[in-house]
Design a protein around this ligand. Structure first.
Ligand SMILES: N[C@@H](CCC(=O)N[C@@H](CS)C(=O)NCC(=O)O)C(=O)O
Length: 218
């Protein structure tokens, strides 16, 4: 039976799971959640995930949440090889470092900026977030100095995780190609991946939503 994914396309970590499933050729049974209606707080969903976050995956009775854990699980269970998540100790350590960077640094912005918009119908002031977002771009630029992809010569789950996060930030504070050439190139390459379509849909929704919710556009 296909694993069930509780998700919303607008959510960057959900898009990371959709991209991973697409690259693995895995069909998911998708259950869309409306965070605006707080569906994640329904008693039924809380029984599945008491932390009430999406993405959440149910695979034959096994429940796992947090996109980073989910995509590693999907590659381990459904991947034909370890291309996306190397078993080489050093290669995997680098992938893990980038995943934790996404989880602890980049996702902070998507949470701080997007949650008030999604849950409270709030407006955001881009200027309040610009400096820290630019610092994140500067770090990504450095990470991409030695390799074309974020953790080496080929696409890994670290790219699949960071692509939705960074492209979402790009909607809020556009990435200047002159200042961040490696980062801009990485996004251009990401856009050519067949699985990118899974990011594009949600990104379009996000762009529409943010177009009338951001003050002080930069
Ligand atoms: N680190 C988590 C973040 C998950 C997360 O915060 N998801 C948001 C949507 S982008 C959510 O479910 N918010 C609902 C809530 O926290 O109640 C992941 O990567 O899955």
């Amino acid at each position: 039976m296909a694993p069930t994914l509780y998700m919303s396309e607008i959510s960057p970590p959900c898009r990371a799971v959709l991209m991973t499933a697409r690259i693995l050729g895995l069909t998911l049974k998708v259950k869309k959640m409306d965070l605006g209606k707080q569906e994640q707080l329904s008693p039924n969903f809380l029984k599945i995930n008491p932390q009430h976050t999406i993405p959440t995956l149910c695979d034959n009775g096994f429940v796992i949440w947090d996109s980073h854990a989910i995509i590693a699980f999907l590659v381990g269970k459904y991947g034909n090889d370890d291309e996306l998540y190397s078993k080489d100790i050093m290669e995997r350590a680098l992938i893990d470092q980038r995943l934790h960077f996404d989880s602890s640094v980049v996702n902070n912005f998507t949470r701080t900026i997007l949650n008030p918009i999604l849950y409270d119908n709030a407006y955001i002031n881009v200027e309040d977030h610009k400096e820290s977002i630019l610092k994140t771009y500067a770090l990504m630029e450095k990470f991409l100095r030695s390799y074309p992809w974020i953790a080496g010569k080929r696409v890994t789950i670290a790219d699949l995780s960071l692509i939705p996060s960074i492209t979402s930030l790009n909607v809020i504070v556009p990435i200047d190609k002159e200042d961040y050439p490696n980062l801009a190139k990485w996004i251009e390459k990401a856009e050519t991946l067949p699985c990118y379509v899974e990011n594009q849909n949600g990104l379009n929704l996000l762009r529409d939503l943010l177009s009338n919710r951001c003050c002080c556009p930069c």
